[in-house]
Design a protein around this ligand. Structure first.
Ligand code: PEP
Length: 260
């Protein structure tokens, strides 16, 4: 069984001082949880301080982005080696905000995924359709292309190190969550694609998270679905109480719901 994974994407929020206070609340809130992997992804500027504040806790650290090269003349960019040095184990790649505001293509994301794996970082690769693509019934096709291109040329061993996140763009930061059925439809489709490409053994090992307006009160119904293995949480990860409640609800539901 895939143990739930809940990752908090803090986006461009929290100064270092604010980050430290949030981490303290999250550490205290989740310290008894054993059947859920918890990851927080603060802004780059807070990574060092947060890594130190997480010492001795089971909460993992992730970055929100990285450049595919290890070093070079790329003003303003951060390399995999740099985030690794700060203690990151995870890195979010291909978030729709990166695709939309910074023009990131599947090809560029694919380069990042390969470098992340090379440097033993676990990439959380985001895919998802816009509202227009959903309404015109192209959503399966759009996500298939994103999966095919952003994960191109990965071996079975590589793909097993990737975490996927289905994040419908229309659900991000809008308060409009995909229904558990919509999430399951897409996520079971993604697992079928992985199955066809890499075989059942590998496909069953891959975490597929859902992201898009996840809140404490919708987490249990989402994670009860067989192919929803956790969540990538934006807004609700910025408060210790709501993030903790999401983690606790996911952990509880995975014991009572999926295990039965
Ligand atoms: C996200 O940024 O990945 C996200 C899912 O945001 P929110 O939870 O605020 O919709």
């Amino acid at each position: 069984m895939r143990k739930p994974l809940i990752a908090g994407n803090w986006k461009m929020f929290k100064t270092t001082e604010e980050a430290l206070s949030l981490v303290e609340g999250i550490r205290a809130g989740v310290h008894k949880v054993t059947n859920c992997t918890v990851v927080i992804c603060p802004p780059f500027t807070a990574l060092d301080a947060v890594a130190k504040a997480l010492k001795g806790s089971s909460v993992d650290l992730g970055a929100q982005n990285m450049h595919p090269q290890t070093e070079g003349a790329y003003t303003g960019e951060i390399s995999p080696v740099m985030i690794k040095e700060l203690g990151c184990r995870y890195v979010i790649l291909g978030h729709s905000e990166r695709r939309q505001y910074f023009g990131e293509s599947d090809l560029f994301i694919n380069q990042k995924v390969k470098t992340a794996i090379k440097y033993s970082l676990i990439p959380i690769v985001c895919v998802g359709e816009t509202l227009e693509q959903r309404e015109s019934k192209q959503f399966l096709e759009v996500v298939k292309k994103q999966i095919d291109c952003s994960l191109a040329d990965l071996t079975k061993e590589d793909i097993a190190k990737v975490v996927l996140a289905y994040e419908p763009v229309w659900a991000i930061g809008t308060g409009r969550t995909a229904s558990p059925e919509q999430a399951e439809q897409m996520q079971s489709y993604i697992r079928r694609l992985l199955n066809e490409k890499y075989g059942q053994d590998v496909a069953q090992k891959i975490w597929i998270l859902y992201g898009g307006s996840v809140k404490p009160d919708n987490m249990a119904a989402l994670i009860a679905k067989p192919n929803v293995d956790g969540a990538l949480v934006g807004g609700a990860s910025l408060k210790a109480e709501s993030f903790t409640e999401i983690v606790l609800n996911a952990a509880k539901e995975s014991l009572v719901g999926k295990a039965s």
